[in-house]
Write a protein that binds this ligand. Structure first.
Ligand SMILES: [Zn+2]
Length: 195
């Protein structure tokens, strides 16, 4: 089945709906307290919220996973890789009460080892895998599709990496190249080729 990619982002962060028919994953999960803006964008793109069966955050920073718990309350299953678990409790430290962030609880989360991600995605009709791509944060992951698309979140561009992170960042990009990635769907800014 054809995999489609739709951007439902707002406020300078891209949020991507990856679909195989009505089988859908949301990649990056909204700003805290702004579920309404996300739902409005889904409606505008004719994607019913109840069809978002799963959600995956590239990393647990507030502009990428801010609505995760509210989306769970609306029926989405949150996929968490073991690499990501540790970063989740820290989310609330980066929010003010006025952000209306709802704390992400472990209850209901699906812990998915990345080695099992390919078969999990295949069951949804999506050809691809989750790759651990540290560099911006230790727990950052990318969703890589076999069609060459990769959702990389905030993985630092190699030219922008600080010296202390340069090796880790370069290794993450090399992993993505090894997976056959050609097109980057980043957390911010336009879609771009990987060269
Ligand atoms: Zn970040």
């Amino acid at each position: 089945m054809n995999t489609t990619i739709v951007n439902v982002g707002y406020r300078s962060t891209n949020f991507w709906v990856v679909s195989a028919g009505r089988s859908r994953i949301l990649v990056d999960l909204g700003w805290p307290g702004m579920l309404g803006a996300l739902v409005a964008n889904l409606n505008r793109k004719d994607i019913p919220l109840e069809e978002i069966g799963y959600g995956l955050a590239t990393h647990y920073h507030i502009d990428h996973a801010g609505c995760a718990q509210e989306l769970k309350q609306r029926g989405m299953r949150l996929i968490v890789t073991p690499e990501q678990v540790e970063a989740i409790p820290a989310m609330k430290r980066w929010t003010k009460p006025t952000d209306h962030y709802v704390d992400i609880v472990a209850d209901g989360n699906l812990i998915l080892p990345i080695t099992e991600s390919r078969s999990f995605l295949a069951n949804l009709g999506i050809a691809g895998e989750i790759v651990h791509t540290p560099g911006h944060s230790n727990g950052s992951i990318s969703l890589v599709l076999d069609n060459g698309a990769a959702f990389t979140g905030d993985l630092t561009m190699e030219s922008m990496a600080e010296e202390r992170d340069a090796d880790v960042v370069a290794e993450s990009w090399q992993q993505l190249r090894n997976c056959g990635v050609t097109t980057i769907y980043g957390g911010h800014g336009p879609v771009r080729p990987l060269n």
